[in-house]
Design a protein around this ligand. Structure first.
Ligand code: CMP
Length: 153
């Protein structure tokens, strides 16, 4: 069982798409173990996007990501890190295939609706940035036996 950090970005919150996109992850069978609304500060943006701070697009990215609240969440499930990235599609909505979240809702490279951790190390680091241990709630959904067979786990 894996966990991943997702951020519904300011464009997603402003366009009132949080519920519809969260539904896709729930429909897939992933479990919600943490969620909060927050405003990303410039300091937090630099911490989250440390690998992009020196890139030419960073000032614009920081302006965008701090412009309105975001919803941060932790999803849990089998291979959730890779599968959520696949469900999002490529960074630029104009290149994202129909059926992916960015393909269906997005037409921008920067305003690409949702961030998701790109690997296990990033997931651990990003979950720790946004959530204290006591804000993460492990639980077994009643439907668990109907999402995957025992011998697949
Ligand atoms: P995300 O997956 O959250 O990771 C970095 C973010 O920077 C990315 O989504 C986009 O929102 C943004 N981004 C990536 N590349 C560019 C770019 N070339 N120009 C502007 N924004 C970008």
């Amino acid at each position: 069982m894996e966990r991943t950090l997702i951020l519904f970005k300011p464009d997603c919150v402003e366009r009132r798409l949080v519920g519809r996109i969260l539904s896709r992850f729930e429909d897939k069978g992933f479990g919600l173990v943490a969620m909060k609304l927050l405003r990303i500060t410039p300091e937090l943006a630099k911490q989250h996007y440390a690998e992009h701070v020196e890139k030419p697009f960073y000032p614009s990215l920081e302006k965008f990501i701090t412009a309105s609240p975001v919803v941060a969440a932790v999803l849990e499930g089998p291979e959730v890190i890779r599968v959520v990235r696949d469900m999002l599609g490529p960074t630029n909505g104009l290149n994202a295939p129909a059926g992916t979240i960015r393909g269906d809702f997005g037409s921008s490279r920067q305003m690409n609706l949702v961030h998701a951790s790109d690997g296990p190390e990033a997931a651990k680091r990003e979950i720790e940035i946004y959530f204290r241990a006591d804000e993460i709630h492990s639980w077994t959904p009643t439907l668990a036996p109907w999402l995957q067979a025992e011998d697949e786990k």
